[in-house]
Write a protein that binds this ligand. Sequence first.
Ligand code: FAD
Length: 422
Amino acid sequence: MEAHKFQILVLGGGTGGVIAAAQLKRKDPSLDIGIIEPNEKHYYQPAWTLVGAGTFDLEKTIRNEKDVIPKGVKWIKGRVAEVIPADNMVKLEDGRFFSYEELIVAVGIQINYDAIPGLKEGIGNNGITTNYDPAYAEYTFECLKKIKKGNALFTQAPTPIKCGGAPQKITYLGDHYFRKKGKRDEINVILALPGTKIFGVPKFEKLLDNVVRTRDIHARFFHELVEIRPDKKEAVYVIGQANTNPDYLKEDANMNIRIEDSFKVVIPFEIMHLAPPQSAPDFIKNSPLAVHDSPWGWVDVDQYTLQHSRFKNVWSLGDVASTPNAKTGASIRKQAPVLVKNLLTKINGGDIQRDYATYNGYASCPIVTRYGRMVLAEFDYHNNPTPSFPINMAKERYSMWVLKKYGLPWLYWNKMLKGDDF
Ligand SMILES: Cc1cc2nc3c(=O)[nH]c(=O)nc-3n(C[C@H](O)[C@H](O)[C@H](O)COP(=O)(O)OP(=O)(O)OC[C@H]3O[C@@H](n4cnc5c(N)ncnc54)[C@H](O)[C@@H]3O)c2cc1C
């Protein structure tokens, strides 16, 4: 079959794909690079939390894809349907084929609205919303404005998600918004999470535990969301490890939380913000690139070099990669230079077994704790703090809020997407 061949083919023109292509072009303008991306728009997703809180314009999170594709890189507008690594080939949904010498997979995460009964029907109505989708981020603020009393439920699906801190950020902003509007006394703020604690890094866990306690946020752990009943406005959970945590299987008359069938917790809500179920896109999950026998289907890469474990001319970064870090755009800032260096070493005939760069799992989670305050949690694979600034980062700061609202978006559009490595 006839297929145009690229020296380097990038799948996905989101954060990871554009940054990797831009850095490669900076290092070597002669490289022949193509990016396959179906969407005419490119998104700065981290600001969707602020959109949901009514303090950032959704339009400012969106640019035309054509304007962010690096100079000299060919944009193929299309959607990949299949990767055939044995033939160094990809097939698009429209039937076109492209081949490659080196492949970079950066197709991000797939949101699975079908995975929880009631979610697809309910989302965007009945007070059910998510900041994880630009179609609903503004509706989140509508919900915060609309609720007068009852339960404001903030929760997440029991799957891996991108930006694990995002469900909490909107909880704290919601709480603060209700206080500013003088209606907090009438509203129960409930944070129901599938995990066992508020944050994985002890230093930040302590701080966030304190935020939850002092602001009367009702945090519940081990809650695995299994169903949403949009008409009744109820969320249904099963309790992971219920035997060791029987406390969570209790009714709560004040919040109308009840037990059903003796093992389900039913939480009624006026509004509900949800981080929806997520996984790798289906075409990756079903491809030879995926981690074997994993329900999530991430691209199986070496967590340090970002090279595929089996197909040595395949690389991956960002949300779709199997690296066990927190899935954030900030991680991509540290992954891209590693991938670029290792890929260039390989195509320039170097020995990547001996001369390789390593990614240490860096992730950053800017946790907004109220309007005007933020904690910048940065850490590596071992949950060791990796602060960018020589100050105590386990503190709510106005300066970090300014960084989140103004500094990081500017850096993203003007530096990161242009290939600056900093
Ligand atoms: C609400 C929210 C808050 C967040 N907050 C933060 C934060 O504060 N800090 C932070 O660092 N990160 C944050 N993130 C996470 C961050 O936005 C992501 O980790 C980052 O965008 C991932 O980049 P990526 O390139 O892997 O995926 P994306 O940027 O999502 O790009 C994937 C691209 O692949 C394309 N694609 C998909 N399928 C195909 C296909 N079949 N063929 C071709 N192309 C395809 C898509 O159209 C898309 O353009 C947040 C995310 C959300 C949703």
